[in-house]
Design a protein around this ligand. Structure first.
Ligand code: GLU
Length: 495
């Protein structure tokens, strides 16, 4: 396949939320554009008024921005081949439909829905293909023009050749040949005057000088129709590629609504902007999505967007469906978190703390990054580990202060002894505090788990925390002493 600069497009319909499959289609187009020094275009395909969802276009744009899949031309930034929103291109489709009618490649059809339904039922009874029966194919063009002029409701249908066969070539799947008698006279312009995808997308791809079309494999069925439309205009075809579908984790069928709800309970989603909310990074999500369908060899590779551009090779993409594996997403997300600079990670975690109502000072945040980084799968995992750093007071559950195999009174005695050890130290740094604490453990003939457990719960308010001595060093002696004193009170009350 070409290494020349390509012109590719992502052409979503604003009919719902932005799905992982859309993100991957956009990404593959983007990677090829960047690899070849070409252009990547965003086109909004919004001619289907019935399926239009307000806000969906914005979610698509937000999703692309968040992922860092930047487009060179698009509805909000313009470009030399605009407009890039199909509802702003109505006249263009009218003109092209007219051109096909005038050259006999398309025809007006006046059949009513009732008639079409009757024909369909009869065909079904006869076990025939349910196709348009050609009723209006041969109406005299002048008569048809008069009927249109008098306001008669009609659609425009493509005049599919009845003889011969159509061969359409998909770069990944090879040639697909189908006999033309199996193909229908599909509607190009609906009775409300709006074009269908079949006309609008082919016209736009041509006028926008698109060289490569990567799109979902749901378009394989109408692929022969599309190449026929392009050939009817006498245009050059783009290079086609129909990407594999995503299957649910079991590999059987697509994700249903119910399974998506289940995934959400487990902290995952099939919608891009949910993933942002759930604490996934664009880097992790892109890496994971890219490698679903990427082909063998690199399915575990942690890649940045720049590395993906370098490595991207359309010849290696696979047509076989890819089962969604959320645990791999966790892996990639964690790996990307571990590769971020302290400053970058701090700036991404800060909003989570702020949203939790905490006052965050940047110096403290930077200090805790090395302590929590290894444990983060998603960005919001910082909350259970680290909110306590930013609180003035913590309020442990008193029973958590009671060490294993000790009762409340004994635990209280241990807490007092810890206080005796720590209070005289000039600083509670790791180097200064650990040796006397180890000595205390020996003197008391207790286990480190018992003693450190009491100290951990006292200082952090929780049973699980980042490394204790480093954490105490960050919150500082004053808070450690205050919290230990409070823990002693709580244990006294329990005894
Ligand atoms: N609007 C179509 C869709 O959202 C685009 C398909 C294409 O990429 O051509 O499925």
């Amino acid at each position: 396949m070409t290494e020349l600069p390509v012109r590719v497009r992502f052409a979503p319909s604003p009919t719902g939320r932005m799905h992982l499959g859309s993100a991957r289609t956009a990404l593959y187009n983007y990677l090829l554009a960047r690899k070849t020094g070409g252009q990547f275009i965003l086109r909004i395909e919004d001619t289907d008024q019935k399926r239009f969802v307000p806000g969906a276009e914005q979610e698509l744009i937000d999703g692309l921005h968040w992922l860092g899949i930047n487009y060179d031309e698009g509805p909000d930034i313009g470009g030399p081949y605009g407009p890039y929103r199909q509802t702003d291109r109505w006249q263009i489709y009218q003109d092209h439909a007219k051109q096909l009618v005038e050259t006999g490649k398309a025809f007006p059809c006046f059949c009513t829905m009732e008639r079409l339904e009757k024909v369909r039922q009869e065909q079904q009874q006869r076990k025939e293909l349910t196709h348009y029966d050609g009723h209006c194919r041969d109406i005299d063009p002048q008569v048809a023009a008069q009927r249109i002029a008098s306001g008669e409701k009609h659609v425009i249908r493509f005049r599919m050749p009845k003889e011969g066969a159509t061969t359409a070539i998909d770069q990944m799947r090879g040639p697909i040949t189908i006999e033309n008698r199996m193909l229908d006279d599909s509607v190009l312009v609906k009775s409300d005057g709006w074009p269908t995808y079949h006309l609008a997308a082919m016209v736009d791809d041509h006028l926008m000088k698109i060289t490569h079309v990567f799109r979902g494999s749901e378009w394989l069925g109408t692929f022969p129709l599309h190449v026929n439309i392009i050939r009817a205009f006498g245009w050059e075809e783009p290079t086609w590629m129909h990407l594999s579908v995503f299957l649910k984790p079991s590999g059987k069928g697509k994700m249903s609504k119910r399974e998506s709800a289940e995934a959400l309970k487990d902290g995952h989603s099939i919608f891009v902007m949910d993933m942002k909310e759930l604490g996934f990074t664009p880097e992790g999500l892109l890496n994971w999505t890219a490698l679903m369908g990427w082909g063998a060899g690199e399915t575990e590779d942690v890649l940045t967007l720049t590395e993906m551009i370098e490595k991207f090779d359309v010849r290696r993409l696979t047509a076989s469906p890819a089962a969604i594996n959320f645990s791999k997403l966790d892996y990639f997300n964690g790996e990307h978190i571990r590769r971020m600079t302290h400053e970058d990670l701090a700036s991404r975690l800060k909003p989570y703390f702020l949203n939790a109502g905490l006052v965050v000072d940047d110096a403290t945040l930077l200090k805790i990054i090395p302590l929590i980084r290894e444990r983060l799968v998603t960005l919001d995992d910082c909350l259970p580990f680290a909110t306590w750093f930013f609180k003035d007071h913590v309020e442990p559950n008193p029973v958590d202060l009671v060490a294993k195999n000790l009762d409340a009174r004994q635990s209280c005695d241990v807490a007092r002894k810890i206080l005796d050890v720590l209070a005289p130290l000039p600083n509670i740094s790791h180097a200064e505090a650990e040796p006397p604490m180890r000595q205390l453990i020996e003197e008391l003939a207790l286990s480190p788990n018992q003693v450190f457990g009491i100290l951990r719960v006292a200082v952090t308010g929780q049973m699980v925390s980042p490394p204790l001595f480093e954490s105490m060093e960050i919150v500082g002696k004053q808070k450690v002493i205050e919290r230990l004193t409070r823990a002693i009170q709580l244990l006294e009350a329990l005894s």
